[in-house]
Design a protein around this ligand. Structure first.
Ligand SMILES: NC(=O)c1ccc[n+]([C@@H]2O[C@H](COP(=O)([O-])OP(=O)(O)OC[C@H]3O[C@@H](n4cnc5c(N)ncnc54)[C@H](OP(=O)(O)O)[C@@H]3O)[C@@H](O)[C@H]2O)c1
Length: 245
């Protein structure tokens, strides 16, 4: 794996200590949409956390039943999620952040870790809307997280740091590649991993088109192009540290 600045021996020790703690940890999601479900699925599939230690809220019953089917507690009251969780993921649309934080703030303590995935909402804004000294993490997932093949970047607020980042990396690792870094990486990551997938489709189409022009059936050419990109990606992930670090 890439040896980024936050990856130290200390963080490895914290990670080992935290693996046990994570299995006992209470985790909440405010918002029950695609990203909350994808991340919850990753965490549950890994077996690191029992569904009985997870609670999720949303105003309607549109999305909650699929969580309930997996044994996760559901509620339509956001404050209940905060009161029953140590780590709270804010999985709501960015324009709702202000109102939702206003509603839950009185329940937030320094024991919580509040993790926002709302695009474009900065650490400064989150800290301004939450009580002083709240431990805040901003994270940016991408859609492939729902397939557990995502790429996530985390960045810490002023009262969070390596300990919280290592815990989140450990918790979220089943969802894909998880790295921590400065906040300005988030925008770069959004372009790279959010929009980047679309360029891979274009590249796959182009590769397949060459084979079709040489007489191969289209569907087969597409499958071989996809498989070729998959193998190339695995090799790239494996060898990238040797020439970049
Ligand atoms: N999807 C992506 O690829 C992606 C990538 C990176 C970042 N993100 C970020 O992830 C966040 C969630 O995105 P998403 O795609 O999961 O959105 P989504 O599928 O539209 O889900 C939004 C959820 O928020 C719930 N909600 C609405 N108002 C609420 C309130 N007042 N309190 C609590 N929950 C409320 C909705 O409730 P109902 O179930 O009742 O409708 C729904 O469950 C966004 O901030 C987005 O910027 C998404």
């Amino acid at each position: 794996m890439m040896n980024l600045p936050h990856q130290t021996n200390d963080s490895q020790m914290i990670q080992d200590d935290q693996t046990e703690a994570i299995s006992q940890m209470k985790i909440g999601f405010i918002g029950a949409g695609n990203m909350a479900f994808g991340i919850a699925q990753g965490i549950l599939t890994s077996g690191k956390v029992s569904p009985t230690n997870i609670i999720v809220s949303a105003p309607s019953m549109n999305n909650l039943p699929r969580f309930q089917e997996r044994g996760v507690a559901i509620t339509q009251v956001n404050e209940e999620v905060v009161e029953r969780s140590a780590v709270v993921f804010l999985a709501i649309k960015p324009h709702l952040i202000q109102g939702v934080l206003y509603g839950i703030s009185r329940c937030v303590t320094q024991q919580h870790i509040i993790v926002s995935m709302a695009a474009g909402v900065t650490i400064a804004t989150l800290e301004e809307l939450l009580p002083a000294k709240t431990r805040v993490i901003r994270m940016m997932p991408n859609l492939p997280c729902v397939l557990m093949e995502g790429a996530l970047i985390l960045t810490s607020g002023s009262c969070a740091g390596e300990k919280e980042e290592t815990l989140l990396k450990n918790l979220l690792s089943p969802c894909g590649l998880v790295e921590a870094g400065p906040e300005h990486w988030i925008d770069a990551h959004t372009g790279l991993s959010g929009s980047g997938v679309a360029f891979v489709y274009v590249f796959a189409e182009a590769l397949a088109e060459g084979a079709v022009k040489m007489g191969m059936p289209g569907a087969l050419a597409q499958r071989i192009a996809a498989q070729t990109i998959l193998v190339g990606s695995h090799a790239h992930l494996q060898y990238v540290p040797e020439y970049l670090n």
